[in-house]
Design a protein around this ligand. Sequence first.
Ligand code: IPM
Ligand code: MG
Length: 378
Amino acid sequence: MNYSIALIPGDGIGPEVISKAAGVLDLVGDKFGHVFNFIELEAGGCAIDSTGEPLPASTLETARQCDALLLGAVGGPKWETLPGDLRPERALLGLRAGLGVFANLRPATLLPQLKNACPLKDEVLKAGHPDGKAGFDILIVRELTGGIYFGERGRDGSGKTPDSSAFDTERYSRFEIERVLRVAYDAAAKRGGKLCMVDKANVLESSRFWREIAMETAAKYKNIETSYMYVDNCAMQLIRAPGQFDVIVTSNIFGDILSDEASVLSGSIGMLASASIGVKGTGKYPAGMYEPIHGSAPDIAGKDLANPLATILSAAMMLRYSFSLEKEAQAIENAVNKTLDSGLRTKDIADRTKSAQNEKIVGTNEMAAAVIKALEDE
Ligand code: IPM
Ligand code: MG
């Protein structure tokens, strides 16, 4: 099959990690008989520099016509003083809304090879596991195109007087809540069969609405064990007993915060991939945007220090969710696993306890080359 993939390298380490993921995809194409056509597009800080706007209309238009989008990262200190609407991050919000990718899947797993990069103690990693296993395998499903990120906002007054104010609005429609819950329940059915709805229903009306609809949905998914948790408690439980979670489903802002927290638990934000999916046309999840969770890390850009694995794993998620190429996705994941088994580590995933015998610290190039080699040998 032929697939068109929009590539947005973006800023900072974005271009380095995207080129590595593209190399991996090329090899997957050769091995499995697919053609991936890459269309490179500009968004973020580099687009501000060349066109004056973070998300040029042509970028969104072209991305919409592609089968999926793989994005590196946007932003950097150079653009931090620009007004809100002109900042590189606007490109992300514009792409999410413009592509209709309302469900953001952020897996946070503790790979056995990276156990010593995890900041949690063994007893915490074992908590909540009836069989005494240590670790966790969580999927955060974050609503991505609604809530306070997109709600009405504004300011009243001059900004200088005491009664001047500013506001953002958390508003969710039944439609928005139902569709993201469906994605989360479908994911839970394919995984551990557990779903935890995270909200602030003890205070917020919008959260009470989420919970009402989650209860209705739970009644339809009888095989899934549904639980409900307030977001402050969830933030605590994630570092107290992460093993208790399977799928967590939550709103845009809560998901933003919890997924950063969860990412640290898995050893490094440099490992974590994400998929943002929608429902467009007749297929199930054909619209898709894939990106590593880490940012543009301008301090290490261009120094051969970035961990390319999160982007490579994001490409695997693209194959799985947008193209239904499960075998191919697994081949990438296996290659990453083997590379880690061999002891190669970028700096961010090095052993915190410094007790590992076989670790070798490598840069972006060597890490990606090792994944390619492992994939060739698959
Ligand atoms: C994320 C990021 C973005 C968000 C920012 C960069 C707008 O933190 O993808 O989690 O808040 O969604
Ligand atoms: Mg975030």
